[in-house]
Structure formats: structure tokens, C-alpha cells
Design a protein around this ligand. Structure first.
Ligand code: UDP
Ligand code: MG
Length: 340
């Protein structure tokens, strides 16, 4: 793998665990004008405090990744970047969704250690020093894991937990209650760069890297302001991504259901033959014809649908389209960054 010189230097510096690392906070934003002022003031204050305490090195900064927002988000980011050296921005050419925006951030911002978090202050910022401590103990990846789901509605809690269990049952490696709040070392980032897949489910993908990983618990707060940018449709999309990007189990399930239905109808036929030959009862006929017809029709459509889903993935992947385009950047640290 060919590494750019700055990235190589970052890896070497990050390997020196005795010195405080340059930490980059990566925050995807989509229409977040309501939360940005508070997020910026809290994070810049904390960065200064951590720097004074010798936890992070000078040059540590906040990187907002604007995911094609339609409101004042990008203008605000450029204003912050103009007045503060510790705020930078990257603007995607259009909305590509949270996972792609996050990937764009991870692939473009400089720094020895990258920490991804939401812009809405739901992730407890106090967990960051603990993450950096874990990194300095030799972990390349530190996962933020929610200790409780008290701020979630019952429905969200129930479906989320059910989903993690389903993934585990399907054999997908996943860390329970870990979303996208995590620390990654420069080496882990450079390894992630080699994964070219177009359907991202980062929380699953990161575990594939295999580097030494630690966990930090935190409590997730409610959104500071504004509405969730993750409506049910996007959430379902991400959930489906998680399954189809990591396991072919649904395809195998089709075979199983097909076999079961075939064996079932075979026994049904045997039974019908038995009734016809050995008893005097007139067969009603209707049910035995119509019900299997609808049932098998349904099974076939479902099966085709699932096969189609995977086929669509192969189609998307075979096009090998770029996953994001950077439109512009702002901030001191981004001036020499290798944007690609
Ligand atoms: N986000 C994004 N692109 C999108 C949707 C969301 O970059 O298309 C960002 C959003 O600005 C936030 C993070 O992803 O920083 C998580 O979104 P949100 O807080 O709305 O999700 P929730 O916490 O409700 O699951
Ligand atoms: Mg949120």
C-alpha cells in the first residue's frame, strides 16, 4: 500500500504512546444549524482544557463534515474556521448519508487519532479522555458503548436491541449497543482505506480490521436541539445494510424455506391420495388448490426479492463508483491535507 508521507508520519507518531496524540474529532452534520453553536463552543473549550492537561497535543481539532446540508450549516462552519484554528470543515458535494459522510471524514482529515461522534451532543463528551487513555494503553480501536438506553423511546429501545440480537443470531460480528462513537488510530484508518465496498455499515466493518480493541461505556443523552436526521426509513435502510453486507444467511434461508414447503406439500399430496383411495369422503378440493397456490406464490416472490437485493448489491459494487466527492474544505489544518 502506498501511503502519503504525512500519513506515514502520523502512524509513526501515533505509535509513540508516551506522547499525547494529535486528536481529530470527526462530526458528520446534516442540517445541524441548531446544534452547531453549542457543539462548537463546548468542544473548543474541552479541547483547550485537554490540551492544557497534556491529554491531547497541539493541533488537535474539530472537523465538521457537511453532508450536503440545505440550511446554514456550511456557512456557520466556515465562520468558525475563520475565527478558530481548532475548527475545520469538509463539504461533500451532496447528501450521501451519515455512513458515507463519516467515511469521507475518516479518509480526509489529518491527525494521529480520529474520534467520530454525532454533531447533536448525544454522545457523552466526557468519554473522550477515557478513549484517549485506552489508546495510550496500546489499543488501536476504542468503541463507545451505551451503558443504558434511558433516553430512547420504548419502541426504539425494543427494536434496536432486537436488531442486535438478530445480527448476532445471523453470525454477524457486532458489539452490542455500539454505534458510531469510536476512536481509531491512524494505522486503523489506513487499513480501513483498503476496504472499498460501497454499502457501508461501519460499526461492523471496523471489527473486521482485527486490531487490539477496547470498550468505553458512556450514557447517551437526548438530542441537544433540532430533530433527528435519521427517520425510520433511513434507520431501516441501515439495518438492512447491516444484514446484507455481512451475511448471506437470508439467501440460505430461502433454500431452507423452499425445502420445507416442498416436503410439506409432498406430505399433503400423500394425505390427499390416502383420503381419495381409502375413504368415502368427497374432497372439497378448493382449499387444497387455492391455499398452496397463494402460499407458494408468496414464498417465490419473497425469495426473488431477497435474491434481487443481493444482486442489486453486486450491481452497485461492480460499478465501483466513488462513495463521496469533496466539494471544498476550510480551516488551517485542511490546507495541506490530502483530499482523496
Ligand atoms: N447525518 C448525516 N447525514 C445524514 C443524516 C444524518 O451526516 O444524511 C448526521 C447528523 O447530522 C448527526 C449524525 O449523522 O450528526 C446522527 O444523526 P441523528 O442524530 O439525526 O440520528 P439519531 O441520533 O437520531 O439516530
Ligand atoms: Mg442523534
Amino acid at each position: 500500500m502506498e501511503l502519503h508521507s504525512q500519513r506515514t508520519l502520523d502512524i509513526q507518531a501515533a505509535n509513540n504512546l508516551s506522547a499525547a496524540p494529535i486528536v481529530s474529532l470527526v462530526l458528520p452534520c446534516y442540517n445541524e444549524e441548531e446544534v452547531l453553536p453549542e457543539t462548537t463552543s463546548r468542544l473548543t473549550a474541552l479541547l483547550a482544557q485537554w490540551q492544557a492537561a497534556g491529554l491531547v497535543a497541539p493541533g488537535s481539532a474539530i472537523y465538521y463534515i457537511d453532508d450536503g446540508s440545505r440550511d446554514r450549516t456550511w456557512r456557520m462552519i466556515t465562520e468558525y474556521a475563520a475565527t478558530s484554528a481548532s475548527v475545520c470543515g469538509v463539504k461533500l458535494s451532496r447528501n450521501r448519508g451519515h455512513q458515507n459522510a463519516l467515511l469521507c471524514g475518516l479518509m480526509t482529515v489529518p491527525g494521529q487519532v480520529l474520534i467520530s461522534l454525532d454533531a447533536d451532543l448525544q454522545d457523552d463528551l466526557e468519554a473522550i479522555p477515557r478513549m484517549v487513555e485506552k489508546f495510550r494503553e496500546g489499543n488501536e480501536i476504542v468503541l463507545g458503548v451505551r451503558s443504558a438506553r434511558v433516553t430512547d423511546s420504548f419502541l426504539k429501545r425494543f427494536t434496536a436491541q432486537g436488531y442486535y440480537k438478530l445480527l448476532a443470531a445471523l453470525g454477524v460480528e457486532i458489539v452490542y449497543d455500539h454505534a458510531d462513537y469510536r476512536l481509531m488510530s491512524r494505522r486503523a484508518i489506513e487499513t480501513l482505506r483498503e476496504y472499498k465496498e460501497s454499502h457501508l455499515f461501519l460499526r461492523g466493518l471496523i471489527l473486521q480490521l482485527g486490531y487490539q480493541t477496547a470498550v468505553v461505556e458512556f450514557e447517551r443523552a437526548s438530542r441537544f436541539a433540532g430533530d433527528s436526521k435519521y427517520p425510520v426509513s433511513k434507520m431501516l435502510g441501515l439495518a438492512w445494510q447491516g444484514i446484507t453486507s455481512f451475511t448471506a444467511y437470508p439467501l440460505r434461508l430461502i433454500t431452507g424455506v423452499g425445502a420445507l414447503v416442498s416436503v410439506g406439500s409432498l406430505s399433503l399430496a400423500t394425505w390427499a391420495l390416502f383420503v381419495r383411495i381409502f375413504t368415502e369422503q368427497a374432497l372439497p378440493g378448493w382449499a387444497s388448490v387455492v391455499i398452496p397456490m397463494y402460499f407458494l406464490g408468496g414464498v417465490q416472490l419473497l425469495s426473488l426479492g431477497i435474491i434481487g437485493e443481493y444482486l442489486a448489491k453486486v450491481y452497485e459494487a461492480s460499478k465501483q463508483r466513488p462513495r463521496f466527492h469533496v466539494d471544498r474544505t476550510c480551516g488551517e489544518n485542511m490546507q495541506h491535507a490530502e483530499v482523496r
